[in-house]
Design a protein around this ligand. Structure first.
Ligand code: NAG
Ligand code: NAG
Ligand code: CU
Length: 181
């Protein structure tokens, strides 16, 4: 027999796990691209492009970055809440897209991407490494982002920021825009 206390704690853990990001299931064919704006003080360039995921579930991403500093340090990249303003300041893009309020305190566990901030792309899919003259390319499905306007995990009106993963300095940024179609 389940005790009331046990039921209460089960209820509590169900509530706690409700903060996990749900898999998005109603995505459409709309593509978006975020292109990093050129910056005087970084060699990093590139873009990420979304395209139709498997059967409307999740969103596929094609990622390409170049000019990655050859200093043995990884780069991280995220979807940030606010668009890059006219002056191009990457520090004006606010915090990470985090509709389920995970916060920054707990690092993303790549084995449990549903517990990560939805905008933490390098946390969920791996950081960026590359030798000096070779670009970094990745293709993956993200199960938690949405390309449907109005959904909590919609990214199409947000920005992309690439950081030095160790110092968190914001190296370059750009806005998502409708792409193709
Ligand atoms: C690059 O320049 C911008 C604008 O001056 C600054 O905010 C940013 O910290 C600089 N980035 C690095 C890595 O020095
Ligand atoms: C982006 O769209 C969402 C709805 O999906 C909205 O809540 C949010 O305010 C928009 N953000 C910006 C920066 O326009
Ligand atoms: Cu970031």
């Amino acid at each position: 027999m389940l005790s009331k206390t046990l039921l209460a704690s089960l209820g509590f853990s169900l509530l706690a796990s409700a903060a996990n990001a749900p898999v998005t299931i109603n995505n459409d064919g709309q593509q978006y691209r975020a292109q990093l704006q050129p910056k005087d003080n970084t060699t990093v360039s590139g873009h990420i492009t979304s395209y139709f995921g498997p059967g409307q579930v999740g969103v596929n991403f094609f990622v390409e970055f170049w000019g990655i500093p050859d200093d043995g340090q990884a780069l991280s990249y995220h979807i940030h809440n606010s668009p890059v303003p006219e002056d191009g300041n990457c520090y004006s893009t606010g915090s990470h897209l985090d509709p389920y309020a995970r916060g920054d305190a707990t690092p993303c566990d790549i084995q449990s991407p549903q517990t990560c901030q939805v905008g933490d792309l390098s946390g969920k899919h791996g950081p960026v490494w590359a030798p000096a003259d070779e670009g970094y390319t990745a293709i993956y499905t993200d199960w938690f982002l949405s390309n449907v306007e109005g959904e909590p995990a919609f990214f199409g009106n947000r920005s992309l920021v690439i950081h030095n993963a160790a110092t968190n300095a914001r190296l370059a940024c750009g806005n998502f825009e409708v792409w193709g179609q």
